[in-house]
Design a protein around this ligand. Structure first.
Ligand code: B4P
Length: 320
């Protein structure tokens, strides 16, 4: 069954209702748009002071003792109880958004956040993008997978947010005017060579009718394969590295970034997938001012939470 054509209206009315009934907590933020002259990377730095008091992610409590907010999501937050009418997914409003109408695509049955995305996860995400995007609004789906990816909930969920107006980020630049292809032994995915961190992207076919489960799955797995090479521990020097990565998807491209840490070591800044599209979240004024003054610092923070750029190096020749 297709996703309801009036999803955008449904989402807006559910969100407005949840706000007025205090079922979700919107956090105010201030935005600065900056550009790193060295990498040409544009950043949206979002400063949300009220998040400073939010508890840190809880890695101590065993999963079975944690409350799973997606097992029985609140009806007041549930936009679609059965997204495809096949018993697989719910669409739920994010209870703690910074961006209005931020929603989560959640599996009905428990699945782990570390599990790979299925063709159906990808197709459903793409169909949501197709239904929600219009001439004014563009959205991005993202998936934080693994302990170092910025994820805090263990129940499988993808997230969908509206991108800032006129946003044109790393992946947009990289895939512009490039035809869709699937990397093979001879061709690598696209990688922006100006930024310090490893990033892998592919343009999707221009003709949306060609974007099938197979196309999305092959694109995702070819990028994932590159990302996972960072976790092959040939030397056993990093026995504690677990497989963490971010997936970013729009109607035009798919991108994967392998992750080494949730938070940078040199500054108290953490990233989820959004950071690798240039959407940076900070919680203190001091850090906000520092990053605004010198946006090139952000590239280094993203590197600290990812891996070094591998442009020009074949996947089987990576040297960590
Ligand atoms: P995860 O994948 O586990 O983690 P996350 O997005 O980093 O969210 P986290 O909660 O750790 O937030 P953070 O302080 O970094 O996603 C879990 C999702 O489920 C989150 O969206 C969470 O809010 C939501 N959730 C938790 N309990 C819920 C419940 N009972 N019902 C419904 N939803 C529930 O960041 C705070 C918020 O800002 C997050 O929503 C995050 O996604 C968002 N954010 C981070 N960076 C951003 C950026 N640059 N721009 C816009 N928004 C950003």
């Amino acid at each position: 069954m297709p996703i309801p054509a009036d999803l955008s209206t449904l989402l807006t009315s559910k969100y407005n209702e949840a706000i007025s009934n205090n079922h979700l907590k919107f956090t105010d933020s201030t935005i600065a748009t900056v550009k790193d002259d060295k990498t040409k990377m544009p950043y949206y730095i979002r400063y949300a002071p009220n998040l400073a008091s939010k508890p840190e992610r809880d890695f101590e409590t065993p999963m079975e003792d944690k409350v799973d907010p997606f097992a029985n999501p609140e009806p007041e937050l549930t936009v679609l109880d059965d997204v495809n009418q096949d018993g697989q997914y719910r669409l739920v409003l994010n209870k703690f958004p910074l961006v209005p109408e931020h929603a989560l695509l959640v599996t009905k049955e428990f699945a782990k956040q570390t599990s790979t995305l299925t063709p159906s996860d990808l197709m459903t995400s793409f169909n949501l993008l197709k239904t929600l995007d219009d001439d004014d609004k563009r959205h991005m789906v993202f998936y934080n997978s693994g302990n170092a990816s910025g994820s805090s909930q263990d129940h499988k969920h993808l997230q969908i947010i509206r991108l800032p107006q006129d946003y044109f980020g790393l992946q947009d630049k990289l895939t512009k005017d490039v035809d869709h292809y699937i990397p093979n032994q001879k061709t690598e995915p696209l990688q922006d060579d100006k930024v310090a961190f490893a990033n892998f992207s592919l343009p999707l076919p221009d003709d949306e009718s060609e974007i099938t489960e197979d196309v999305l799955a092959m694109s995702y797995f070819s990028l994932l394969q590159r990302a996972l090479t960072f976790f092959l521990d040939w030397t056993s020097e990093n026995p504690n590295l677990d497989r963490s990565y971010n997936v970013l998807l729009t109607k035009k491209w798919i991108s994967i970034v392998p992750r080494s840490n949730t938070k940078a070591k040199s500054m108290d800044v953490g990233f989820n997938s959004t950071g690798y599209a240039g959407l940076v979240l900070v919680r203190t004024e001091e850090i906000f001012e520092t990053l605004k003054k010198d946006p090139s610092t952000i590239d280094n923070l993203l590197l600290e939470c990812g891996f070094g750029n591998t442009t020009g190096v074949k996947a089987d020749e990576y040297d960590y």
